[in-house]
Design a protein around this ligand. Structure first.
Ligand code: S3P
Length: 170
């Protein structure tokens, strides 16, 4: 499989990966998958419940399996990944091998506004903006390592972001 077969969206929580990914899949006539949705489908549990029962490490193990399986699919697809997928070295490696990876970016205050109170996102705690800032600091080198392109989403509609992504990947 060549690296350009799948188009994968990465980025922090609130970057708009799932919404933009669906639009892109529609336009490209390709299937769409979201790692969090697939994790929930396979386990029959919500992401929040998985974190609570198995801890972040347990969630990351399932996430890595799901990512590898989705990237192994023969038919080119558009995938959106949970924000923490880039923290796994093995995940970064297979993304580099099997996909064109686009990093959707936005300033932390914009991300925080989009995630709201962050109730369904276990890593955000009581102060989502501070948590997002800390996570972005930690993860920035991982995003930079794996991204082929970065697209700023601030002040743009999902349709416009999809246009920019389509233009970036050619
Ligand atoms: C996470 C992001 C979430 C989800 C989980 C952990 C993260 O996905 O995978 O709550 O570590 O950034 P989204 O980025 O789709 O919100």
């Amino acid at each position: 499989m060549t690296r350009a077969d799948h188009l994968v969206l990465i980025g922090m929580m609130g970057a708009g990966k799932s919404t933009v990914g669906r639009l892109l899949a529609e336009r490209r006539g390709q299937p769409f998958a979201d790692t969090d949705d697939e994790i929930e489908r396979r386990t029959g549990m919500s992401v929040a419940a998985l974190f609570a029962e198995r801890g972040e490490a347990g969630f990351r193990r399932i996430e890595a399996e799901v990512l590898a399986d989705l990237l192994a699919a023969g038919r080119p697809a558009v995938l959106s990944c949970g924000g923490g997928v880039v923290t796994g070295a093995a995940n970064r490696e297979i993304l580099g091998e099997r996909a064109t990876v686009v990093w959707l970016t936005a300033p932390v205050d914009v991300l925080a506004r989009r995630v709201g109170d962050g109730r369904t996102r276990p890593l955000l705690g009581d102060d989502p903006e501070a948590a997002l800032a800390a996570l972005l600091d930690e993860r920035r080198p991982c995003f930079e390592e794996v991204a082929d392109h970065a697209v700023d989403t601030a002040g743009r509609t999902p349709a416009t972001v999809a246009d920019r992504v389509a233009r970036a990947v050619g």
